[in-house]
Design a protein around this ligand. Structure first.
Ligand code: S3P
Length: 176
């Protein structure tokens, strides 16, 4: 099986969907953020604080290059992975790209905890909704480069997974 790569803004459900999808497909699951944290031995907010965003993007780029060489995995990217056009190009070659989207309200609710998402915390100058809207507008077109887009605002994780599975079957990408 080709990889199934989940892209999308923070809080769209890439990790929970990816985990459940991989278990339904019986294949490996790679969460890029978790993998980077494991390899660096520290959480992402600490990487940003100590080494800066540019360094995090180098780590992300390096991981994409390694992941694009493998198959049979569901890969959840970070919300900013697609900012580097080379990343999306490599991931497209390795598999099917699924973009998850959600309304600003849903994202606001799912990302309200501070200290977990440095990019959002930095943009947030007292108005988190505005920060989300600004970043979403900047990135909107990058998330459009997908084979399938699923709006997760009003769907349960199971419904999102079922939608992706139906798509994969319809494209002959699954035998089951
Ligand atoms: C980022 C999103 C995060 C993580 C890092 C940067 C971004 O991943 O990779 O904090 O630039 O949008 P999630 O989308 O899993 O929160």
């Amino acid at each position: 099986m080709k990889n199934v790569v989940l892209i999308g803004f923070m809080g769209t459900g890439k990790t929970s969907t990816g985990k459940m999808l991989a278990s339904r497909l019986g294949c490996a699951f790679v969460d890029m953020d978790v993998k980077i944290e494991e390899e660096q031995g520290k959480p992402i907010p600490q990487i940003f604080a100590e080494e800066g965003e540019a360094h995090f993007r180098v780590l992300e780029r390096d991981l994409v290059q390694r992941l694009a060489k493998r198959q049979n995995a569901v890969i959840s990217t970070g919300g900013g992975t697609v900012k580097d056009a080379r990343n999306i190009a490599d991931l497209q070659k390795s598999g099917v790209i699924v973009a998850l989207t959600a309304s600003v309200d849903a994202i606001l609710e799912r990302t309200s905890t501070r200290g977990e998402r440095p990019v959002l915390d930095k943009e947030d100058k007292g108005d988190r909704r505005h920060a989300i809207e600004t970043l979403m507008a900047e990135r909107k077109n990058m998330y459009k480069q997908a084979n399938l887009t699923v709006d997760t605002s009003d769907l349960s994780p199971l419904q999102v997974v079922e939608t992706i599975l139906r798509f994969l079957k319809s494209r002959g990408l699954l035998h089951a």
